[in-house]
Design a protein around this ligand. Structure first.
Ligand SMILES: Cc1cc2nc3c(=O)[nH]c(=O)nc-3n(C[C@H](O)[C@H](O)[C@H](O)COP(=O)(O)O)c2cc1C
Length: 175
C-alpha cells in the first residue's frame, strides 16, 4: 500500500506528528510519502496513492489555509479512498475544551466538503519560549481562557500512544 500524508504546520508540532505516523506506517511494511501542504505542486500524482492522512493544526480557530485549500481542491478524490484527518490543537488536550476542538473539525469538514473516514483530535504543543507577545496573549487568554501556564517554559501535550493506536486502527480499516 502507498500512503500519502499531507500536513500543515505553523510551529512544527504537526510536522513531528506526521513524521511519527510515517515511521509507524513504514514499520508496518507500507510505502509512505510525506508532503508539507505549503509545498504542494501539481506534479504530484495523487491518483498513485491508495490512502491519505491529512494533518493540520489550529491557530485562531482555523486550520492552516494551505491544508484547507489542498483538501478543498481534492475532496472528491479523498472521498473515494480511505482517508483520515488528524486535527492538532491545544483544545484537544485541555479538559472541558473538547467541544472547541470538535468545532474546528466540523468547520473544516464543512468548508472543504471532505468527510474523512476517521478523525483524531490530538493535543499539540505550546512554545512559550518562541512566541511573540501577540501569540502568547492569544494562547493564554483566548485559547486557555485565562488559564495560568508558566510562560517561561514549553509544553508538549501530544498523546503519542493515542496517535499510534489511531494509525493502527486506520491501517486495519484499509486491510
Ligand atoms: C497564535 C496561536 C493561536 C492558537 N490558536 C488556537 C486556537 O484557536 N485553538 C486551539 O485549540 N489551539 C490554538 N493554538 C494552539 C496550537 O494549535 C498548538 O500550539 C499546536 O501544537 C500548533 O501546531 P503546529 O506547531 O503544527 O503549528 C494556537 C497557538 C498559537 C501559537
Amino acid at each position: 500500500m502507498n500512503l500519502l500524508i499531507v500536513f500543515g504546520t505553523t510551529e512544527g508540532q504537526t510536522r513531528k506528528i506526521a513524521e511519527r505516523v510515517a515511521t509507524d506506517v513504514r514499520g508496518r511494511g507500507h510505502q509512505v510519502e510525506l508532503l508539507d501542504s505549503a509545498e504542494f505542486t501539481s506534479d504530484l500524482k495523487l491518483g498513485h496513492f491508495d490512502a491519505f492522512v491529512i494533518a493540520g493544526s489550529v491557530h485562531q480557530e482555523h486550520h492552516q489555509e494551505a491544508i484547507t485549500n489542498f483538501v478543498f481542491a481534492h475532496h472528491e478524490l479523498l472521498s473515494t479512498k480511505p482517508s483520515a484527518l488528524i486535527s492538532v490543537s491545544l483544545s484537544a488536550a485541555l479538559k472541558g475544551h473538547e467541544a472547541d476542538a470538535q468545532k474546528y473539525v466540523d468547520r473544516f469538514v464543512s468548508v472543504t466538503g471532505w468527510q474523512p473516514r476517521m478523525t483524531l483530535l490530538l493535543g499539540g504543543a505550546l512554545r512559550f519560549t518562541k512566541y511573540d507577545y501577540f501569540q502568547e496573549q492569544f494562547v493564554r487568554f483566548v485559547v486557555m481562557k485565562g488559564g495560568d501556564p508558566n510562560p517561561e517554559r514549553d509544553y508538549e501535550f501530544t498523546d503519542w500512544n493515542a496517535l499510534a493506536d489511531f494509525t493502527d486502527r486506520f491501517l486495519e480499516t484499509i486491510g
